[in-house]
Structure formats: structure tokens, C-alpha cells
Design a binder for this molecule. Structure first.
Ligand SMILES: [Zn+2]
Length: 121
């Protein structure tokens, strides 16, 4: 297991305690692990609170309801809240930007959270 993957796994275990079982996942129809999917759904709901301002190319400024500005760089896969880099899953700020562009947030989740990748390894 690579260091990057190990780091991601630790982050996700902290975020979503309890491991998935392979058998559970075999019957799962989505592309992502069920827990990741659930987390993403929560972030999607939260993203509605934000207003995305496009800064050109792959950069956004996300305005929160408190008037804070969060910077998202989708090309570099970074968000100034740092969650995206830490977990490999788009945070609510990123999703807000994705929706602005018409992209699907699922496709921005790290490859290691995709069930196909898991069964390949
Ligand atoms: Zn963020």
C-alpha cells in the first residue's frame, strides 16, 4: 500500500469510523464506497449554502453564508479549507464549484474510493 493511500485511509477512518466489508460492497450498485457516498451526499446538501464565483479556468471563490471566501482550485485538487487534500473527497466548497460548472462531484473523489479500483487491487 502506498503512503498516499495509507494517509487517505487513515483520514477516512477518522472521518467515518468502521471499515467496509468486501461482501457488503459486492452488492453495492454505486461507483463509490457506501460510506463515501453518504459523506458526499452530506457535502452536497451543505454546498447549497454556498455561492460559487468562478475565477477563470479551474479556480473558484466560494462565498459562505458568513461572508467568508474559500478558494478552490479544481485542477490542483485543493481547497483552502484543506479537507479535499486530506480526505481525497470533494468538500462542500468544491461541490459548490462543481455544480456551477455542471460537473459531477463523484468523479472528483479519489480513485481509491471507487469500488472498481478496490476490487482491481
Ligand atoms: Zn473546502
Amino acid at each position: 500500500m502506498s503512503d498516499k493511500r495509507k494517509g487517505l485511509q487513515n483520514a477516512i477512518e477518522e472521518l467515518l469510523p468502521g471499515c467496509e466489508h468486501r461482501d457488503e460492497m459486492k452488492n453495492h450498485s454505486g461507483d463509490l464506497f457506501p460510506k463515501i457516498e453518504k459523506y458526499l451526499e452530506q457535502m452536497k446538501k451543505k454546498s447549497i449554502e454556498y455561492i460559487a464565483h468562478w475565477n477563470g479556468k479551474d479556480q473558484f471563490e466560494i462565498e459562505t453564508s458568513y461572508g467568508n471566501r474559500i478558494r478552490v482550485h479544481s485542477g490542483a485538487k485543493t481547497c483552502s479549507c484543506r479537507r479535499w487534500k486530506l480526505t481525497g473527497i470533494p468538500c462542500a466548497h468544491v461541490i459548490s464549484g462543481m455544480y456551477y460548472c455542471g460537473y459531477t462531484p463523484e468523479s472528483y473523489a479519489d480513485e481509491c474510493y471507487k469500488i472498481q479500483t478496490y476490487f482491481k487491487s
